[in-house]
Ligand binder design. Sequence first.
Ligand SMILES: NC(=O)c1ccc[n+]([C@@H]2O[C@H](COP(=O)([O-])OP(=O)(O)OC[C@H]3O[C@@H](n4cnc5c(N)ncnc54)[C@H](O)[C@@H]3O)[C@@H](O)[C@H]2O)c1
Length: 250
Amino acid sequence: MELGLEGRTAVITGAGNGIGAATAAFFAREGAAVAILDREAKAAGSVRDAIVAASGKAIALDCDVTDAKSVSEAFDHVANAFGRIDILVNNAGIVKDRAITRMADEDWTNVIDVTLKGSFLCSRAVVPIMRERSWGRIVNIASRSVFGNPGQTNYSAAKSGIIGFTRALSLECAGRGTTVNAVAPGFVETEGIKRLTNFPVLRDAAVAKTPVGFLGQPDDIAAAIAFLASERARYITGTTLFVTGGRYSS
Ligand SMILES: NC(=O)c1ccc[n+]([C@@H]2O[C@H](COP(=O)([O-])OP(=O)(O)OC[C@H]3O[C@@H](n4cnc5c(N)ncnc54)[C@H](O)[C@@H]3O)[C@@H](O)[C@H]2O)c1
């Protein structure tokens, strides 16, 4: 299936690592120009270099999605560099897992801020640009954790909020050529997760609960994001696509 991403421009937040990095590479292979935004400038630069070395088009920008000034500077930079922004993937996210009795104020605030404030600030920056061209795609990254995981009250709340944010924004953008959807990944075997000391235990537990019997790879999520960002998905808006290998419960 031809996705029609050739010639499109995409901003992907948190694209210095994991799912975001895989999505940037996927989009670049499909012929899109990508802006890799991350607060880890070095990681973002490495993803850019790999894409450019493979003859793709990419720029890397140091951006903290929770900081309004940093976001507005980054989007101005991308709009100047590419002349347009067609696609935004609100992917930046963090976890600070703790039982609620041990959860510090900043564990709560930081997780909510990166996911919700970050998606709000970045969407607010691109919607006028998308409206101008009457075409746009926003894909927000939620999580299977919306069904609840112990130790993740902050993360589950943030990701549930993303689903409501997606529905509300989709209605604001409907009729102006811009769709807004979410992708909710299950357990994905990113490099970061593989580095955890208890990874083998986590992996085995997750596989046992995953109906398809294996864990998702970053490219499985990138493919879902790319489809929702494509012309082919023009009649889909306000929805959340669960990419979880059939796992829904905790
Ligand atoms: N990996 C999984 O199993 C999984 C499952 C469900 C949902 N998700 C979601 O997918 C997304 C990507 O997850 P991942 O596993 O690839 O994570 P990751 O930690 O590998 O990458 C996240 C990136 O976001 C960046 N980031 C964090 N805070 C930022 C900020 N304030 N401004 C800019 N960049 C920031 C980090 O520097 C990092 O490069 C997240 O939203 C995460 O919640 C992941």
